[in-house]
Design a protein around this ligand. Structure first.
Ligand SMILES: C[S@@+](CC[C@H](N)C(=O)[O-])C[C@H]1O[C@@H](n2cnc3c(N)ncnc32)[C@H](O)[C@@H]1O
Length: 208
């Protein structure tokens, strides 16, 4: 989780992004389109955008978004530090809202949100991505998942317990029995699955 720096510096820091950003980028590179707009949902600290956007091939632009409006100045500050003209000013986006501030995107990326939010956030993400993505465009999810109802590692099981203690509506979702069926109902098909460090997965869905 991101922590606020106790100064007027708006930048937040999520240490896990330093560990997972390069492996995520390696999976994203061949999946993302060369041009157009990537909409990032739940940008958090904005460190993924700041690291990845300058390293993407082509001219793809990156639109960071966050449900927490207070995070926006920090996301923009990290983007300025990155010196990349490809990162747009951050926008407020709560995926559970029917209205999204971006009407069309060529890819949607969402890291580490669906287990730290009520299930209706996953449903909102899938519904919104289905609205704004064209046929064949990717929706990419990164995070921990259960498989066939079971945890894939004791650390994920312990994480799941701690999430549910913080908020009973949170929890590590099952890819096979929860996320993929909901994605199919919204017109997405599973295109690719990559095992990531620390028992995480990157899931590439494509709009049919
Ligand atoms: C663990 S952080 C992940 C941040 C970043 N993607 C990362 O991997 O470091 C989870 C984020 O989900 C966001 N979030 C929770 N509910 C949301 C919603 N309904 N719509 C959009 N973002 C939401 C939170 O504000 C938080 O920034």
């Amino acid at each position: 989780m991101a922590t606020e720096t106790p100064t007027t510096d708006p930048r937040r820091h999520a240490p896990a992004t330093l560990r997972n950003r390069a492996p995520i980028l390696a999976v994203l590179r061949p999946v993302l389109p060369q041009t157009g707009l990537l909409l990032e949902v739940a940008s958090g600290s904005g460190e993924h955008a700041a690291y990845m956007a300058p390293l993407l091939p082509g001219t793809l632009e990156w639109q960071p978004t966050e449900a927490d409006a207070a995070a926006l100045p920090g996301i923009d500050a990290h983007a300025r530090d990155a010196g990349s003209g490809r990162i747009r000013p951050a926008l407020v986006l709560d995926v559970t809202r029917a209205e999204w501030p971006v009407g069309r995107a060529d890819a949607v990326l969402c890291c580490n949100m669906i287990h730290i939010a009520p299930w209706r956030a996953t449903e909102g993400l899938l519904a919104g991505a289905a609205r704004i993505l064209g046929t064949g465009a990717p929706l990419i999810l990164y995070g921990p998942f259960r498989r066939a109802g079971a945890h894939t590692a004791p650390s994920n099981e312990a994480f799941d317990r701690s999430l549910r203690t913080q908020d009973p509506r949170w929890g590590v979702r099952c890819l096979d029995t929860e996320v993929l069926p909901a994605a199919r109902r919204m017109g997405f098909q599973l295109d690719d699955l990559a095992a990531m460090p620390a028992n995480n997965l990157t899931v590439v869905l494509r709009r049919g």
